[in-house]
Ligand binder design. Structure first.
Ligand SMILES: Nc1ncnc2c1ncn2[C@@H]1O[C@H](COP(=O)(O)OP(=O)(O)O)[C@@H](O)[C@H]1O
Ligand SMILES: [Mg+2]
Length: 355
């Protein structure tokens, strides 16, 4: 019997469209001899629907794919997924969702309650990785360096602007200001002088009442894909992000506009340094208690210091996204990557009570 896989996409986060594109990739790569995909979309307002398998999920010119609020409603409760009064008999859930409500442990909790195996990290690891203000001290306590910085809550900013401004001045400009639970660089600003700080902080607070202020790390951005293969945590070759010089940093446009960014695979760095990065990617994955997959993003300074930036528990997953590309370069095809993830889900090692 084929396992029925709920591929869930869209969602309430600002990364709705990117999620749809990733789900389109998974749908085209899933091994249909072993698995039967059922496509489920979550609209931007949070309603769940069955989607036809030919629902457009790729970027068409400038039109991004979305989940419409029409069609057969889907519910997920303690008895599992159902639609039109019938149980969908889902064996594995694959939440191809980015950001809040998808990558942050909330939907993972729903799968736990329904006792449905799912792809990716469990409740705790998902929640911790989503919030950089929690993930950073954990990385640091495992000997993985992080950027110096501090947290600013919107209330605190209202109460004592001068103290916060002076703490930023002390870090020294440029600083980066970003939402603690952001994604796709939304709400992130490179602040070059004290006079730009207040506006940047307020911009970050539009996305999250908790913001991070960090010292700028100068160096390359290096990424490493971690995948659980038959119960073992493996790191891919590392890649170096190459951003068109007209962008100040790896911002939203640089990430998603055609041709703005490429990844050099393997990164043109010493073997010793890339081995260190791979080991740190695995250590970071284990430090947060992740399962299935993660993309771990680092900075590499000119004197070969490796500093972790963040860990994404559900990285972009289209056939041309960095995560699948890094595995392809390491010898694992997109379709095999999907199979490894579905197999890892069935071991249930992400379950809170069985970890
Ligand atoms: N401390 C920092 N030093 C240098 N660049 C940074 C720093 N923090 C963020 N950036 C830049 O901003 C981008 C987005 O920040 P990141 O923390 O990765 O947020 P997101 O979760 O939105 O990807 C990074 O890829 C990098 O280009
Ligand atoms: Mg990032």
């Amino acid at each position: 019997m084929k396992k029925r896989v709920a591929i869930i996409c869209g969602g309430r986060s600002s990364e709705h469209e990117i999620s749809c594109t990733s789900a389109g990739g998974v749908l085209s790569a899933i091994d249909r001899n072993a698995y039967e995909p059922v496509l489920i979309g979550i609209s931007k307002s949070g309603k769940w629907f069955l989607l036809a398998q030919d629902h457009p999920l790729s970027i068409n010119g400038t039109t991004l794919p979305t989940v419409p609020e029409t069609g057969t409603a889907v519910t997920l409760g303690v008895d599992g997924f159902s639609a039109a009064g019938a149980n969908l008999n889902i064996d594995i859930a694959f939440p191809v969702l980015h950001g809040p409500y998808g990558e942050d442990g909330t939907i993972q909790g729903l799968f736990e309650m329904a006792d449905i195996p799912y792809v990716g990290s469990g409740v705790l690891a998902s929640a911790v990785a989503m919030d950089k203000s929690f993930a950073k001290p954990i990385f640091a306590s495992h000997g993985i360096k992080v950027a110096a910085g501090f947290v600013v809550r919107a209330n605190d900013w209202q109460k004592d602007r001068a103290a916060i401004q002076s703490a930023a001045d002390q870090l020294g400009y440029p600083v980066f200001v970003k939402p603690a639970r952001g994604g796709s660089s939304r709400g992130t600003t490179k602040v070059k002088s004290a006079s730009e700080f207040a506006a940047a902080l307020e911009e970050a607070h539009r996305f999250d009442p908790k913001a991070l202020v960090e010292q700028e790390i100068r160096g390359f951005e290096i990424e490493c894909a971690v995948l659980e293969i038959k119960g073992e945590v493996k790191a891919s070759l590392v890649g170096q992000i190459k951003i068109d010089a007209k962008y100040e940093f790896y911002d939203f446009e640089a990430k998603y506009l055609d041709g703005a960014t490429t990844i050099e695979l393997p990164a043109p760095i010493d073997q010793k340094v890339s081995d260190e990065i791979r080991a740190k990617a695995i250590a970071a994955f284990i430090s947060l208690g992740c399962s299935g997959l993660a993309r771990v993003d680092f900075f590499l300074t000119p004197n070969n210091e490796v500093i972790i930036n963040e860990l994404n528990t559900m990285p972009g997953f289209t056939a041309t996204s960095v995560f699948p590309k890094m595995w392809e370069a390491t010898g694992v095809s997109y379709s095999q990557t999907v199979t490894h993830l579905l197999q890892a889900a069935l071991t249930r090692n992400n379950a809170v009570l069985r970890n």
